[in-house]
Each structure stands twice: as structure tokens, then as C-alpha cells.
Ligand binder design. Structure first.
Ligand code: MTE
Ligand code: MO
Length: 405
């Protein structure tokens, strides 16, 4: 048994030695951890906001201004998520020799600490991977993306908080360059060199190969490049740099990208059919409108963005009937929540719910026109919803019924 342990220990040290780098130090880990912690926190909060907008609790406050609010929060969500990938890889690189440290379990607390880190790492890797695939609209798994992405986020934030609490003494000891130097000096003077900190730190200062600052600069530059070349799917001022994000601005019919075409949604025939009417109802009061009758109602025009949960967004000029005017024709109460039904059947797009904060807003339209032309079939012809500040997935296309629930 003893010989086995010694053997394993030696093997691990050998492996560690082979991959050891003078760059690796606690200070580096702390600096990377700060950036990663910030990216994860921002990503978590913006993701939570998006989740609450789509699955609102009773206390939810719906903001309709600024109209680009969700463009900003979801753009930040996707961009910080992408930025965390190089940071996560660098952070794992800076600590992975810990994986091979012997003995693997020193105590129950040590075991719990390692388990929480394992959970954190595994959840983070799955989270950023499925999130990235999602921006490509690729869902190669049998589970609900939204549910898994949401619950993993809580696992990550919980285990991250635990990890930070456990490591707090180390984090503080290496937080600033000054505290880092003091910690190293104290360890040396005491005559008990800290085997983990010292060789690396000492070597890093002798200047062989990469310096820590050079390494950090490279990670920062790498993260910056990833952000700049993907952020353009969400932020118009970055769109000319958009190399890697799956969506381009100003593409698609009427210069607006499309998520699902009428053919994919199976609505083309119904949408183009001559007997399309819009049904509006409140309780027992019900009215129908032909497209010509809708066009005869007062029309309003607003510049509003489509902001997809998958990260892309696009501003456009929409023209149509105010939803609140439409509901007034059937005497709907001002605080009513609405159910919007698409001609598309089933799935997550078949219907959406609209809280009063949106339906009462003057800019919330049942749009008939996009960028000066009748809606393209793929943009929801004959009529679609466009409301300020909402996730794209709730901007229902091919609408045929609006009712008070
Ligand atoms: N009926 C229906 N409405 C829908 C969709 C859909 O697939 N079917 N896609 C939604 C999503 S996810 C987005 S981002 C926007 C995209 O609008 P666009 O295709 O007009 O750009 O429409 C939303 N409304
Ligand atoms: Mo979307």
C-alpha cells in the first residue's frame, strides 16, 4: 500500500514537472479569477433578467424604455459568455496541477472543497459550450436548453461563491502586486518556503520565457479579439468587425435576419391564404379584421429592435396598428394580460403572453409593414407583434388571434 502511494505520488510529480511552467503562480490565478468572476457574475445577472422576462413571476417589473434595453442586456450576456471561454481555459491551465496533487483527499473539508470545484468546473464547461452552440441555433441534445442553462447557472454561481469563500485568505494574500510580494517575502523569511508559490514566483521573476505580464496581456488580447469579432451580432457599432458570430446585421429579407422562415414554421399557405382574418376578443366580445380593415385603422411607425435571445439583434422601422387601440375595439380592460396566437401550431412560438406594461405602451404594434414595405412572408406576414424591450422570441409572427386571458 505504501509503495503504491509512493509510486502514485512520484508519477504525479513527474507529470506535474513535465507540464510545469514558471508562469503559474497564485497571483496569476487570482488575477485570472477576478476577470472570470466578473464575467460570470455579469453573465449570470443578464441571463437571469432574460429568464425573468420570459417566465415572469408575479412581482416582475417590465421596462419598455430604453427600447434597446434587452439588446444591451442580452448582447452583454452572450458577449461575456463568449469572453469567459478563453478566461476559463487560462484559469484552468493556471491551476490544473492541483488536480494531480497528492494525497487527493486530506480531510472531509478538503474533499468537499474539491468536490465543489469539480462541480463548478464541470458545470461551467457544459454551460459555456451549450451557450455557444445555442448562438449558432444548434441544439444537438434531447433536453430543454433553457431549463438546463438556467439551472446550471445557479449551480455555477453557488459553487463559485463557496469557492471564493474557501479561497478568500489566498485571494487576499495575492490580490494586489504588493500583497503578493509581501506574501512571498513572508514565506521565504520564515524559512519554510511554500513549495507551491515559491519556485514558480521566483522563476517568473528571473525572466525566463514569458513574463506573467506578457501572459496576461496575451489572454487579455485574446479575450478582446473574441469579444470584438463576435459582439457585432448584438451591437451595431461593432458590426463591421463581426467575423465569427453566426449572424450578420442588415442581411435577410428587408435587411433584417430571420430565425425561422414561414416554410420551416409550416405557415406559408395559411399566411398567404385569402381568408386570413385577425380575431380580437375580450371575454364574450369578439371582432374580426381583414388585412384591409386593419390597414384602415390609424397607423403608427416606430424604430424598434428585434433582440434575439441567441444574441443577434437588429433595429428596423415598423409600421402598424397599436395593440392598445386594437384591444379598445373590444373593450378590453387596460390592465389585461393578452395571449397572442400565431398560425404556427405548437412549440414555443405558437403563442406568447403579453403583460399590460407592453400592450398599453404606445410603441407596441401589430406590425403590417417593415422598413417601408408590407411585411415579408418570413417576417410574419400578414401581421406580427413588435414591442419595445422584449426578447425576440416573444415578438410573435404570423399572428391570427389576440385575446384577453
Ligand atoms: N410564430 C413565430 N414567431 C416568431 C418566431 C417563430 O419561429 N415563429 N421566431 C421568434 C424569434 S426567436 C425571433 S428572434 C424573432 C425573429 O424575427 P424575424 O425573423 O422577423 O427577424 O421572431 C420571433 N417570432
Ligand atoms: Mo430569437
Amino acid at each position: 500500500m505504501d509503495r503504491l502511494t509512493t509510486f502514485l505520488q512520484q508519477r504525479m510529480e513527474a507529470v506535474n514537472g513535465r507540464f510545469s511552467s514558471p508562469l503559474r503562480s497564485r497571483r496569476l490565478t487570482v488575477v485570472l479569477g477576478r476577470w472570470l468572476g466578473l464575467a460570470f457574475t455579469v453573465c449570470f445577472l443578464t441571463g437571469l433578467f432574460s429568464h425573468l422576462l420570459q417566465d415572469p413571476p408575479a412581482w416582475m417589473l417590465f421596462l419598455t424604455r430604453p427600447v434597446w434595453l434587452y439588446v444591451a442586456t442580452q448582447g452583454i450576456h452572450v458577449t461575456t459568455g463568449i469572453a469567459s471561454i478563453p478566461l476559463l481555459v487560462a484559469k484552468l491551465w493556471s491551476v490544473y496541477p492541483e488536480l494531480l496533487r497528492w494525497p487527493p483527499l486530506k480531510s472531509v473539508v478538503h474533499g468537499l472543497e474539491r468536490a465543489s470545484i469539480a462541480l463548478f468546473v464541470a458545470a461551467s464547461l457544459v454551460e459555456v459550450t451549450i451557450g455557444l452552440l445555442n448562438t449558432f441555433q444548434w441544439y444537438p441534445w434531447p433536453f430543454s436548453f433553457r431549463d438546463v442553462h438556467y439551472w446550471l447557472a445557479w449551480v455555477i454561481i453557488g459553487s463559485l461563491a463557496l469557492h471564493i469563500a474557501v479561497k478568500m485568505p489566498l485571494i487576499l494574500a495575492h490580490w494586489s502586486r504588493r500583497s503578493d510580494a509581501a506574501t512571498i517575502a513572508a514565506a521565504t523569511e520564515g524559512g519554510v518556503p511554500d513549495s507551491k508559490t515559491l519556485p514558480a514566483a521566483a522563476k517568473a521573476r528571473t525572466g525566463h520565457g514569458w513574463s506573467r505580464r506578457g501572459f496576461l496581456a496575451a489572454i487579455t488580447a485574446g479575450t478582446g479579439v473574441v469579444v470584438l469579432t463576435t459582439g457585432g451580432q448584438s451591437f451595431a457599432w461593432l458590426s463591421s468587425l463581426n467575423l465569427f458570430a453566426p449572424r450578420r446585421m442588415d442581411t435577410g429579407p428587408q435587411a433584417v435576419p430571420i430565425n425561422r422562415t414561414a416554410a420551416q414554421a409550416g405557415v406559408a399557405d395559411a399566411a398567404l391564404g385569402p381568408d386570413w382574418v385577425l380575431t380580437v376578443s375580450s371575454g364574450s366580445v369578439q371582432k374580426t379584421f381583414t388585412l384591409a380593415q386593419l390597414a384602415a385603422l390609424p397607423q403608427y411607425s416606430y424604430g424598434l429592435p428585434i433582440a434575439c435571445v441567441e444574441g443577434w439583434s437588429q433595429g428596423a422601422q415598423w409600421r402598424g396598428v397599436r395593440v392598445r387601440d386594437l384591444m379598445a375595439t373590444v373593450g378590453a380592460p387596460a390592465d389585461a394580460e393578452l395571449q397572442i396566437s400565431s398560425m404556427e401550431k405548437g412549440g414555443v412560438y405558437g403563442r406568447s403572453f403579453m403583460p399590460a406594461a407592453y400592450s398599453q405602451d404606445e410603441q407596441t404594434l401589430l406590425a403590417l409593414e417593415l422598413n417601408g414595405e408590407p411585411l415579408d412572408l418570413d417576417h410574419g406576414y400578414p401581421a406580427r407583434i413588435i414591442a419595445p424591450g422584449r426578447p425576440g422570441v416573444l415578438q410573435t409572427k404570423w399572428v391570427h388571434k389576440v385575446e384577453v386571458i
